[in-house]
Design a protein around this ligand. Structure first.
Ligand SMILES: [Zn+2]
Ligand SMILES: [Zn+2]
Length: 364
C-alpha cells in the first residue's frame, strides 16, 4: 500500500501497517500528516510561515486525495500554510474542518480567506471542528483507522473564547487503530485535559501510545506559580503516553520546551522526542548540526549552518521529522534506535546536554 518507505528498521510482520503518522519538523510550529495508503492522507495543521514540509511530503508520497484537512488551532504556527495546501488540493480535498475560535475578519486571515473561497465554490464547505459533550465525534473512519475530535464542544469553546485565551480552545484529536492510540494536542491548555477527564468516561487517565506534547512543550496554564504542578498533574492523572513528541524550533523566543514540561514527562517515564534541538540542550549547536536528524525525509532542519542575523543557530535537528507506523497491534517509530545511538554518542561531548536526558541540570 505504498507505506513504510523511509524506514530503516522495518521488521517483517504479517500485519501490514494501517497508516503512518508523520510529525513533521516544521521548525517552531505544528504539522501532522496521516498517510492512509493508496495516495490518500489526512492533514492536521500545516506549519508556520516559511515551512514547506507539509506540501513536500504530500508531493513526495504522491498523495492525490486529502480525506480531511483539519485546522486544530488558528495561531499562525499551525495554520499559516493552509491556503497553500488547499490551493494545491482544491479539487482533491474531501472535507475541511475548522475551529471557530475567534472573530474571523482581521485576526483569522487564513481561515477567513478559506471560508470565502469555499463560499465561492472553490473548496468543499468547511465543517465546524467541535464535538458534543461527553462524546468523541468521528471525523474520519475507514479500514480500521478512526480519527475523532475529543475537545472542545460548543460550551467549552465559548467559555475559552470568553476567557480570551486562544490556546484554551485548541482542539484535541485522537486517532485509533485497533488498540493503538495517537493523541494530537495542538496548543491545548490544562482546561482541555481537565474537561476531558470530567466528560469522557474512558479518559481518566487517557492512555495512548503517542501524544504530541501540547504547545510545543511550553506553558499550559496562565499561572506561573502553578505551571509545574499543572504539568505534573497532566502527565500523572490526566494522560499517559508512551512517547511524547515535541514539535519545536531551535530558535524560539518562548523558551519551548519548558523545563517544567520535560521534567514532568521524564518523571512519569514518557520517552520524549523533539523535532529540533534548542540552546538549552547544547552549547555549540553548529558542532553537532551535520550529524543530526534524518534528512532524507521532508524536514526543516538543515545540514549546513543556518543562522539568524544575530548569528544564532536555527533549524538544528534533534530527531527531525518523526514517523510512526501504526497497525492494530503495534506502533513503531522509524529510526528510533538510530536516534538513541546518536544521542548516546553525543552525550560524551561536554557541550551536549539534552533537556530530555537525566544528566541535564536544568531538568534534574
Ligand atoms: Zn497557540
Ligand atoms: Zn502553537
Amino acid at each position: 500500500m505504498g507505506l513504510v518507505r523511509g524506514f530503516s528498521e522495518v521488521v517483517s510482520r504479517s500485519e501490514q501497517p494501517a497508516c503512518e503518522c508523520w510529525f513533521l519538523d516544521v521548525g517552531q510550529g505544528t504539522s501532522n500528516v496521516v498517510l492512509l495508503g493508496k495516495g490518500r492522507a489526512i492533514v492536521i495543521d500545516c506549519g508556520p510561515r516559511g515551512s514547506e514540509q507539509t506540501i513536500q511530503l504530500l508531493t513526495r508520497e504522491h498523495i492525490h486525495t486529502i480525506e480531511a484537512l483539519i485546522v486544530s488551532h488558528n495561531d499562525s504556527d499551525h495554520d499559516y500554510n493552509v491556503g497553500q495546501v488547499l490551493h494545491q488540493y482544491r479539487k482533491a480535498t474531501r472535507r475541511i474542518f475548522f475551529l471557530q475560535d475567534r472573530a474571523v475578519h482581521n485576526s483569522m486571515p487564513t481561515t477567513f480567506g478559506v471560508l470565502k473561497r469555499s463560499a465561492d465554490g472553490d473548496f468543499p464547505s468547511p465543517e465546524r471542528l467541535e464535538t458534543n459533550a461527553g462524546t468523541a465525534k468521528k471525523l474520519f473512519s475507514q479500514d480500521g483507522v478512526v480519527l475523532s475530535i475529543l475537545y472542545p464542544d460548543l460550551m467549552a469553546n465559548l467559555e475559552a473564547q470568553g476567557a480570551g485565551r486562544s490556546n484554551q480552545t485548541s482542539a484535541v484529536l485522537r486517532l485509533t487503530c485497533g488498540g493503538r492510540r495517537v493523541v494530537f494536542s495542538g496548543d491545548a491548555t490544562i482546561e482541555a485535559w481537565e474537561w476531558l477527564a470530567r466528560k469522557l468516561p474512558e479518559a481518566k487517565p487517557l492512555l495512548c501510545d503517542i501524544m504530541t506534547i501540547p504547545h510545543h512543550g511550553g506553558t499550559i496554564s496562565d499561572s506561573q506559580a502553578g505551571e509545574a504542578t499543572y504539568q505534573r498533574r497532566l502527565y500523572t492523572d490526566l494522560i499517559q503516553p508512551e512517547f511524547g513528541i515535541v514539535s519545536v524550533g531551535t530558535i524560539n523566543p518562548y523558551g519551548h520546551p519548558s523545563v517544567a514540561a520535560i521534567r514532568a514527562l521524564r518523571d512519569t517515564g514518557v520517552t520524549v522526542l523533539c523535532t529540533q534541538m534548542t540552546q538549552r540542550c547544547c552549547g555549540d549547536l553548529e558542532a553537532i548540526r551535520s550529524s543530526r536528524g534524518v534528512f532524507s525525509m521532508p524536514s526543516r532542519s538543515t545540514e549546513t549552518p543556518s543562522t539568524t542575523c544575530s548569528q544564532k543557530s536555527r533549524h538544528v535537528a534533534c530527531f527531525g521529522s518523526i514517523v510512526a507506523e501504526i497497525s492494530e497491534s503495534h506502533v513503531k517509530i522509524a529510526n528510533l534506535k538510530r536516534h538513541e545511538q546518536a544521542m548516546e554518542a553525543f552525550s560524551k561531548s561536554t557541550s551536549f546536554n539534552p533537556l530530555c536526558r537525566p544528566g541535564n541540570s536544568a531538568s534534574a
